[in-house]
Design a binder for this molecule. Structure first.
Ligand SMILES: Cc1ncc(C[n+]2csc(CCOP(=O)(O)OP(=O)(O)O)c2C)c(N)n1
Ligand SMILES: [Mg+2]
Length: 602
């Protein structure tokens, strides 16, 4: 049972990773009863059982900062110092991608929040729960210090992020602050999940409070929200699927549960469905399964055997169902079943809800809960649908030095070892690495915000500690450079992690856009690199890793050198460190990637 929110809750054991928990131990503050507004906020955080708070400090929450260090003893939550607010929120996003649960972050007044916004938008589009704490004020103008307290006080600070958070609040008393934390945690962790923002007045944190708050049973404020589907709708969906000639299963957003994964496989097998997954989100189906057809690039009317015969599209919370249907170009007789809760989170500001798809049967439910029911209802398929031939993959050695060489070298170096890919670059082809477990790949940034890769990877690697998996982040140089200071947090808190950098010395994705412009306007294509290439000087990415205490390797300029360097870097990570390999791949994308970009994307 969850203990009441009170000073006694402070005696609870810390679930943080033991190596992390041993770090940054404060001098004990002795007998220490709660006496300030922020002590009550800290008590509530403790009772919510959240192990870490990733933060970049600021005076607006110096009260809460003191309470976490000197009142809670920097335990549960334990501080993870971040060098940029965007990294703090990205770390929480990565943590949620692995655990499914919200971690806490704290950012300073309006300015820290401004830095955090990009990562909050990524978490929002990724439907990942994150609790962002902020601060302002003193709201009472009479209490403000000259200048600094004035520029760092904003009316309705939550307005900065309201359009891409599920909820925000600015409580005015310790009791209201506690309630806001309970409500925010519940909302963030309830599907469809997402970030919340709670803003604490500096004065509220620093005020003396003599009366204790009455104890509270946290569990009673986290009621389970039913997200399964009614039996009648499951029966209807099962009947439609049983009568289908060929089902196209779009395996979209899903939890990291292995049981849910196995049910998805059972459903596909019962129907002999063709299955498509999406690198924008975490692995949702074994990509070496004979029923697997590929990534969304595979969804064209004639690219994959069997798709022409599709008469039912079953979407398990696919990120862009309307877009997939458009690319696939099905006949008007194709029926669409959508299982998703996502419509419950859509608002009028961000268009991340995508196009409006035609839907013949909607199950407003969590696909992970519906799929096992569908498997039961379908049983062994009434119709023996054709088994497709496995999709063609090539063993041909690629030419030049490309991302595909990185994939090959990793496959060879890691063999059957459990690996979690915590990030893949935009130009990645999903045939290069096989995913066989929901934790093999956790998806991308969500909001297309470049710079999220390093922070997300650090948060994921933290959550993966002790699971026997090697976290590997493959980042573009642009992504790495925008988020590079997240590495310091990983090194400092002893979070092992391997970065392999697909360094083409360019924001290359945008070179392709300039090429497209030049072609359309009949202008010189050879100028596409201007304003895109990071050359003269080339950035020494390994040195940027070393500067923060990571082991830096490279630059690796020949594919033949990769295996030896990888071996050394993996050894450094196995010894508990962070390793960075600067791989100087050639600028350029595969033909498939370029074709997909011409159809959209980027
Ligand atoms: C915050 C942000 N700024 C700019 C962009 C536009 N953009 C999309 S991809 C890209 C290039 C990323 O460079 P890199 O990570 O090196 O990958 P590459 O395209 O070179 O493979 C840019 C700048 C973006 N999506 N997000
Ligand atoms: Mg690049």
């Amino acid at each position: 049972m969850t203990p009441p929110v009170s000073a006694t809750a402070r005696a609870k054991a810390n679930d943080a990773d033991p190596a992390v928990a041993g770090l940054e131990r404060p001098t004990p503050a002795g007998v220490n009863a709660p006496g300030f507004g922020s002590d009550f906020i800290a008590d509530a955080l403790r009772a919510l059982d959240i192990p870490y708070i990733a933060l970049t400090p600021g005076a607006s929450y110096r009260g809460l900062h003191d309470s976490i260090v000197n009142y809670l003893g920097n335990t549960k939550p334990q501080m993870l110092l971040c060098l940029h607010e965007e990294a703090a929120v990205a770390i929480a996003q990565g943590y949620a991608k692995v655990t499914g649960k919200a971690m806490v972050t704290a950012v300073h007044s309006n300015v820290g929040l401004m830095h955090a916004t990009m990562a909050m938008f990524n978490a929002w589009c990724d439907r990942m729960p994150v609790i962002v704490l902020g601060a302002t004020g003193p709201v009472d103008a009479a209490k403000r210090r000259p200048w600094i307290d004035w520029i760092h006080t904003a009316r309705d600070q939550g307005a900065l992020v309201r359009e891409y958070t599920k909820w925000d609040d600015q409580p005015s008393s310790p009791a209201a602050a506690r309630e806001a934390l309970l409500r925010g945690t519940w909302i963030a962790n309830t599907a469809p999940r997402g970030p919340v923002y709670i803003n604490f007045d500096a004065e509220l944190q620093e005020m003396k409070v003599s009366e204790p708050l009455p104890p509270l049973d946290v569990a009673r404020y986290m009621p389970q929200v039913t997200t399964s589907a009614p039996a009648e709708l499951i029966r209807q969906a099962a009947d439609m699927l049983k009568g289908a000639k060929q089902v196209l299963l779009l395996a979209g957003r899903a939890s990291r549960s292995i049981d849910a994964w196995q049910s998805r496989v059972a459903l596909a097998e019962a129907l002999n469905a063709r299955v498509v997954t999406d690198l924008k989100i975490g692995a949702s189906f074994p990509t070496d399964h004979p029923l697997y057809s590929g990534s969304p690039r595979a969804i064209t009317p004639d690219s994959v055997e069997g798709l022409k015969n599709v008469d039912i599209v079953l979407s398990l919370d696919w990120v862009d169902l309307a877009g997939a249907l458009r690319a696939f170009g099905p006949s008007p007789s194709v029926k669409v079943i959508q299982i998703s809760l996502d419509h419950r989170i859509h608002n009028g500001w961000s268009m991340d809800y995508q196009g409006l798809p035609p839907v013949d049967l909607l199950l407003s439910a969590d696909p992970d809960l519906v799929v096992p029911e569908l498997v039961k209802a379908i049983g062994q398929s009434a119709k023996p649908h054709a088994v497709p031939s496995p999709r063609a993959t090539t063993n041909k050695e690629p030419s030049g030095f490309t991302n595909e060489h990185i994939a090959r070298a990793l496959r060879k170096a890691l063999g059957e070892r459990p690996v979690t890919y915590t990030h893949l670059p935009l130009s990645w082809d999903d045939s290069w690495l096989a995913f066989r477990h929901p934790l093999d790949y956790i998806g991308s940034d969500g909001g297309g915000g470049v710079g999220g890769g390093p922070g997300i990877s650090v948060g994921a690697a933290l959550a993966l500690k002790g699971l026997g998996r090697l976290p590997v982040a493959i980042c573009g140089d642009g992504d790495f450079l925008m988020g590079v200071t997240a590495l310091w947090t990983a090194v400092h808190y002893k979070i092992p992690l391997l970065f392999v950098l697909a360094n083409n010395r360019s924001f290359y994705n945008d070179e392709l856009h300039q090429e497209r412009m030049a072609r359309a306007r009949n202008r010189p294509i050879e100028n596409k690199w201007i304003g895109q290439r990071m050359a003269d000087p080339e950035v020494d990415l390994a040195a940027m890793g070393r500067a923060q205490g990571a082991a830096g390797f490279g630059p690796v300029t020949k594919a033949g050198d990769l295996p030896t360097v990888l071996e050394k870097a993996i050894a450094a990570v196995d010894a508990g460190g962070v390793a960075v390999i600067d791989v100087r791949v050639e600028p350029g994308y595969t033909a498939a990637m370029t074709a997909a970009m011409t159809r959209g994307g980027g």
